[in-house]
Design a protein around this ligand. Structure first.
Ligand code: NAD
Length: 253
């Protein structure tokens, strides 16, 4: 059972109920209760981290295309087998009350599967593919064990995810900017903010005066009461320190 502070919950409810548009910025923690491992967890052995450094890079794919393909195939099958939790459903249902704009770092596709209709995937998707040489979009033959080749240029096919050392696609950046423009409050869920883009989005939201609610058992933003506020990140307006699958259904009841 989570120990969410009741006064924080009441304040957060007032904020979301008053907002005509909600910007949800989500990260790997959003899917933790669906059985999909986060990138960094306090006290873990950094297994994901080490694997990612080797595999989730253009160089890793060039070196070992079959190994990287198989690793992503396993992640994709795991994502397909996972079920979106009640927090996902609560966000999708909130669209009946007000527009919800999801900007996610996740590549697992669970927001859309839960029914959210406006989703910007900053880091691409495990479920889309392109060729390594010329980024031709590939739709056929991507279920196989053996890394496929592009029928146009012959290069290997890779998942259309953003790897270390690659840029977030322009379309995702502009989608996130449009979502920010339309939002009146921000819900930050399950991200450590180690990646730059969501941090930049939050700073822009804070400059526009939008309230920020953080949902995370181990929050990343400075607490509202912190006298010493980090120059890098704005403080949260309120923090709901608990898991997304428990907190979001209570917040958006
Ligand atoms: P991260 O792993 O760096 O941080 C996870 C955050 O989630 C932490 O702050 C942690 O306290 C929090 N958290 C853990 N359990 C939670 C829960 N039940 N409810 C709410 N919060 C919880 O994640 P990140 O900031 O998203 O950065 C990781 C990068 O790795 C991203 O770029 C992402 O693309 C990628 N990634 C994606 C997935 C996925 O698609 N599900 C999984 C792993 C990594």
């Amino acid at each position: 059972m989570s120990e969410i502070d009741d006064s924080n919950l009441r304040l957060a409810r007032r904020i979301v109920e008053a907002a005509c548009g909600l910007l949800v910025i989500s990260g790997a923690g959003m899917s933790a209760e669906c059985g999909i491992q986060t990138f960094r967890r306090p006290g873990d052995d950094g297994a994901w981290d080490q694997a990612a450094q080797q595999l989730a890079t253009p160089e890793g794919f060039q070196r070992e295309p079959q190994h990287v393909w198989s690793w992503y195939r396993r992640r994709r099958l795991q994502a397909l087998a996972a079920q979106p939790h009640a927090g996902y459903t609560a966000l999708a249902s909130w669209e009946q009350r007000a527009p919800v704009f999801v900007v996610t770092q996740n590549v697992d596709g669970l927001h859309a599967r839960a029914g959210s209709s406006r989703v910007v995937e900053l880091h691409g998707s495990l479920h889309r593919f392109k060729c390594a040489a010329q980024s031709h979009a590939i739709t056929d033959g991507c279920d196989q064990d053996v890394v496929p080749r592009c029928s146009i240029c012959g290069s290997y096919v890779r998942p259309a995810v953003v790897w270390f050392g690659e840029y977030v696609p322009d379309a995702a950046i502009s989608g996130a900017a449009e979502a920010l423009e339309a939002a009146q409050a921000v819900l930050l869920v399950g991200t450590s903010l180690v990646v730059n883009t969501p941090g930049g989005l939050l700073r822009s939201a804070a400059r526009r005066g939008l309230p920020i609610i953080e949902v995370n058992p181990d929050p990343a933003l400075p607490r509202p009461a912190d006298a010493q506020v980090s120059g890098h990140l704005p403080p949260a307006t309120t923090v709901l320190a608990g898991p997304a699958g428990v907190v979001l259904p209570r917040l958006l009841a």
